[in-house]
Every structure is written in structure tokens, then in C-alpha cells.
Ligand binder design. Structure first.
Ligand SMILES: NC(=O)C1=CN([C@@H]2O[C@H](COP(=O)(O)OP(=O)(O)OC[C@H]3O[C@@H](n4cnc5c(N)ncnc54)[C@H](OP(=O)(O)O)[C@@H]3O)[C@@H](O)[C@H]2O)C=CC1
Ligand SMILES: O=C(O)C1=N[C@H](C(=O)O)C[C@H](O)C1
Length: 252
């Protein structure tokens, strides 16, 4: 039997809701070793001391950039689920990895396979429909709205519609209570629901003459994110530079 190379993995945000699920998944994987768990108040230098090869970050948008700056500077690969990455932030991460050839950073707004596919399906459908709106629904402890997934979905839809020469979705609203029509993300309306009992859910509603199409995804448990994260952990060492989304890892 060939020898299995074990990857030394650390988790940032290890005591958080997703961080806990990721720690469990790493511990259960024979080809991965959980060598460091870091949460708020713990020293990030732990990853250097423990010779961590790949760090998974599920913290929060306020701290993730500082984490990444440290990890890349110390030549530690990163797999990032934390939200809050706009073009400015991605450009900064790109600069950091360019300065450290060989280091890989994977940033994905959603690691659940079904969510990745639903974004792709929405992008494919976008050009065929007059109207499109996104509804994302999450647990009430979520800090950011709209969700990172909804941002990305709206951006993909907007780009597909623009490429097809489609204008804005029809909307005759003349008077509006602030927020009633949701947020405008690249011209696509995005509505955020926060409700006890929910985990992470999204619907893309598309409509045209005489028909509608609803693309819905539900994460009913946070272990839904684990297979995508572990795929990223296993692959990131062979993908230097910045990768956004797990689509290329799935050959999508
Ligand atoms: N891409 C994806 O597939 C997914 C992304 N997410 C995103 O991941 C992030 C985390 O989500 P969730 O687990 O629900 O959030 P939680 O608040 O449950 O977990 C975040 C954890 O990070 C800790 N933390 C805060 N600052 C630091 C720091 N500087 N160093 C280390 N740990 C720190 C928090 O500690 P404390 O509470 O003490 O501040 C907390 O334990 C969010 O941005 C969320 O949107 C979530 C699910 C899937
Ligand atoms: O905070 C969450 O819970 C989630 N965050 C990510 C997002 O903002 O898209 C991914 C998933 O929706 C769960």
C-alpha cells in the first residue's frame, strides 16, 4: 500500500458554529490532521508553532483580512469561508499572494455543493427570463446582509443578463417604504430574511411570459459545508495564487 501524505490543518474560528463542524470533519478524515484550533483571543502564531500547512477560516468579516495577511506572509495556505469579500478586498489578497509565490488562498462564498450548483443554474437561466429577484434566508445570528452567497449569485446573474443584452427587470414601483424592494446588487433585487430555526437558504425567482422558475437551495445542517471545505484543503497546495469559489475544483 502507498503511504498517505497527511496534511496538517488548522482552524480559525474553531469555536464558532461552522468552525466546530469543520474541526469534527477534519478529525474524522484519515488524510488530515487537526494540529491547531484558534478562536478569538488565541494567538494566531499558533499556526507557525504547530507547522500548520493549511488554515481554514470561518471567523467574521472584521478580522479575516488580518488573518489572511498573517497566513500568506508566513507561507501558510488558506481556505476561507468567511464573508465580506468585495473587489477591493480580493485585489488586496491577490497582491499578498503575488508577493509569496507558491502560496494558495481559496475564498468561497459558499462551500455547500448544492449552493454552488444553484448559483451556476441561476447564472445559466438568467438570460431567458424578463425578471429575476433573490431571496436569502438565514439564522438570526448572522452579522452580514445580504449574504455572501446572495451577493455572488446576483453578480453572476447581472453579468449573464448584461452579456445577453437584457435590461433591468420590469418594476413599476412608484412609491416605496425604505427597504421594501430589497437591496440593489448590480441591478438585481436581493431580499434578506432572518428567522429563528433557519440555517442557510436561498431562492432565485425568475419570471417571464406565463411562467416562473424557482431555484432553491437549503443548508439544513452546517455539516453541508464540510465536504467542500475538505476538498479545498486537499487541493489548495496544488493551486497557488487566489482562487474564488470552488467551481474550478469541481470541474464546473
Ligand atoms: N462560505 C461558506 O460556505 C460559509 C460561510 N459562512 C461565513 O463564515 C463566517 C462564520 O460563520 P459562523 O460560524 O456562523 O459564525 P460564528 O460567529 O458562529 O463563528 C465565528 C467564530 O470566530 C471567532 N472569532 C472572531 N474573531 C476571531 C479571530 N480574530 N480569530 C479567531 N477566531 C475569531 C468567533 O469568536 P467570538 O464569538 O468570541 O467573536 C466565533 O467563535 C461568517 O462570515 C459566515 O457568513 C458561514 C457558513 C458557510
Ligand atoms: O452566515 C452564514 O450562516 C452563512 N454565510 C454564507 C453567506 O453569507 O453566504 C454562506 C451560507 O449562506 C451560510
Amino acid at each position: 500500500m502507498g503511504q498517505v501524505t497527511v496534511i496538517r490543518v488548522g482552524v480559525l474560528g474553531a469555536k464558532g458554529k461552522v468552525g466546530r463542524a469543520i474541526c469534527e470533519a477534519v478529525e474524522a478524515a484519515p488524510d488530515l490532521e487537526l494540529v491547531a484550533q484558534v478562536d478569538a483571543g488565541d494567538p494566531i502564531e499558533t499556526f507557525v508553532d504547530t507547522r500548520t500547512q493549511v488554515v481554514v477560516d470561518f471567523t467574521n468579516p472584521d478580522v479575516v483580512m488580518g488573518n489572511l495577511e498573517f497566513l500568506v506572509a508566513n507561507r501558510i495556505h488558506a481556505v476561507v469561508g468567511t464573508t465580506g469579500f468585495d473587489d477591493t478586498r480580493l485585489a488586496q489578497v491577490q497582491r499578498w499572494v503575488t508577493e509569496q509565490p507558491g502560496v494558495g488562498v481559496l475564498i468561497a462564498p459558499n462551500f455547500a455543493i448544492g449552493a454552488v450548483l444553484s448559483m451556476r443554474f441561476a447564472e445559466q437561466a438568467a438570460r431567458f427570463f424578463d425578471s429575476v429577484e433573490v431571496i436569502e434566508l438565514h439564522h438570526p445570528n448572522k452579522l452580514d446582509a445580504p449574504s455572501g452567497t446572495a451577493y455572488r449569485t446576483a453578480a453572476l446573474i447581472a453579468a449573464a443578463r448584461a452579456k445577453a443584452g437584457r435590461g433591468p427587470s420590469p418594476d413599476a414601483t412608484a412609491t416605496e417604504l425604505d427597504g421594501a424592494r430589497g437591496a440593489d446588487v448590480d441591478g438585481v433585487r436581493v431580499h434578506s430574511v432572518r428567522l429563528a430555526g433557519l440555517v442557510a437558504h436561498q431562492e432565485v425567482l425568475l419570471g417571464t411570459q406565463g411562467e416562473t422558475l424557482t431555484i432553491r437551495h437549503d443548508s439544513i445542517d452546517r455539516n453541508s459545508f464540510a465536504p467542500g471545505v475538505l476538498l479545498g484543503v486537499r487541493e489548495i497546495g496544488t493551486r497557488p495564487g487566489l482562487t474564488v469559489g470552488i467551481d474550478p475544483l469541481l470541474d464546473l
